[in-house]
Design a protein around this ligand. Structure first.
Ligand SMILES: C[S@@+](CC[C@H](N)C(=O)[O-])C[C@H]1O[C@@H](n2cnc3c(N)ncnc32)[C@H](O)[C@@H]1O
Length: 409
């Protein structure tokens, strides 16, 4: 069967119209490409590209074929940028909204300072990497173009951890974050540990200069503080805490949020995490940071307290889904930052919509819930001034963005 790819689906697969009325999904293809292969239900297998797209490039990573970590290595940066921007524009259009876009910013290759790797103890050692496409097989990725070289350099130490504490029956997950004190490693799915194993793992943390090792919720070793810079502050995040995936992405997000807010006196940072926005912004404005996880608010509070020359940073632990800040509580602020999880912030946005806050910088990792929440604000009189897509998950289908809303006087 020969088909022409019409568009990409949300998983990055090419979609063509099949001989019937239903769609045919062809992974690894781009719009406009003519492909030939064997239909297998809704998918085409053994697809050969008959006419390639001018946007097709040679995958920069030698693991691209086998590894499922990236979905769009066969597409040019320009194509991926327009595609991601279009996803946001389409999500907004579906709600009847339209806006201008600031130029998209993409994190460079080899910049992921935080990654969750899959691992398995094998007969002869350990296998660590990403899953193969649509499979539970783990692919070894020594030449990965996504991960920061610091994470690849930690592989021998990670392998030693898996050999020491992994079981051959189950898969482990290793979240690795590069910090000033060395890689901070959070393991889930390891073997239950006895005292000897704990000591063995602690020795490995020393040998391989990891900062901290957390094993199924227990901090097994703390060799050095897993500290990170946020603005002029130094934060020690709790194990597994949310962190922007690349330093470049974080810088672009902070810069877009600053631009969205403009100069402000007093700002509320909703879903503040460990202070990615609060701490840099506190160089020029008072901040009230609200976050649901008390280990994260504690880290943010300590960081703010130990940093000189910041404006006042107040911290509140609060579940913003169940107990959003009410319109009267929002009244003292001249601006708001809101950066919810993928589910968006339906309840908190409803309260922002009833508030008089003049400017809102909205950050989102889900264009669909962003468009839903944007509609709530726009229906209440806010104007969506612009959106900027910040791509810190290059070659993937993830989309992140910052938007500026103002309440016209
Ligand atoms: C996308 S992260 C953003 C964190 C921070 N703004 C940053 O950039 O590092 C979303 C944050 O929302 C927090 N969160 C999730 N559900 C929440 C809830 N119901 N109430 C308050 N915070 C919540 C998470 O703990 C996480 O820190």
């Amino acid at each position: 069967m020969k088909v022409t790819i019409e568009r990409l689906g949300h998983l990055g697969h090419g979609i063509a119209t099949g001989p019937g009325t239903g769609p045919i999904y062809v992974p690894g293809t781009l719009p406009g490409e003519v492909v030939e292969g064997t239909p297998d239900g809704e998918r085409m297998v053994d697809a050969k590209i008959v006419t390639p797209s001018p946007d097709r490039v040679k995958a920069p990573c030698r693991h691209a074929r086998a590894c499922g970590g990236c979905q769009l290595q066969h597409a040019s940066d320009g194509f991926v940028a327009s595609w991601k921007q279009e996803i946001v524009a389409n999500a907004l259009a579906a709600q009847g909204l339209k806006t201008g876009f600031l130029p998209l910013v993409t994190s460079p290759a080899r910049s992921r300072r935080r990654a969750t790797l899959s691992a398995r103890r094998t007969k002869s050692g350990a296998l660590i990497g990403f899953h193969a496409r649509a499979s539970d097989m783990i692919v070894d990725i020594p030449g990965c173009q996504l991960l920061h070289p610091g994470i690849l350099a930690a592989m021998p130490g990670l392998q030693a951890l898996v050999i020491a504490g992994g079981s051959r029956s189950g898969e482990m997950s290793l979240q690795v974050t590069l910090t000033r004190g060395g890689p901070d490693v959070t393991v889930t799915g390891g073997k239950p540990l006895d005292a000897t194993q704990r000591m063995g793992l602690a020795r490995l943390v020393e040998t391989h200069a990891f900062s901290r090792l957390t094993w199924d919720g227990e901090t097994v070793a703390l060799r050095d503080r897993p500290a990170l810079a946020l603005g002029t502050a130094t934060v020690v995040p709790p194990p597994g805490a949310f962190l922007q995936a690349t330093a470049e992405g974080e810088a672009a997000l902070v810069s877009a949020v600053r631009q969205a807010l403009g100069p402000q006196r007093r700002v509320v940072d909703l879903f503040a995490g460990i202070g990615t926005f609060s701490l840099p912004l506190a160089d020029s404005m008072e901040i009230h940071a609200v976050e649901g996880d008390d280990a994260m608010t504690a880290a943010l509070e300590v960081a703010a307290r130990n940093t000189s020359n910041l404006h006042r940073v107040q911290v509140e632990t609060r579940d913003l889904f169940r107990r959003p800040l009410e319109a009267d509580e929002l009244q003292p602020f001249s601006g708001a930052v809101i950066d919810p999880p993928r589910a968006g912030a339906e309840a908190q946005t409803d309260r922002l919509a009833r508030s008089a806050i003049p400017v809102i910088a909205a950050v989102s990792c889900n264009p669909v819930t962003f468009a839903r929440d944007a509609t709530t604000l726009v229906s209440a009189g806010y104007r969506l001034e612009w959106v900027q897509v910040i791509d810190q998950f290059r070659w993937s289908t993830h989309v992140e963005l910052v938007a500026r809303f103002i309440r016209p006087r």
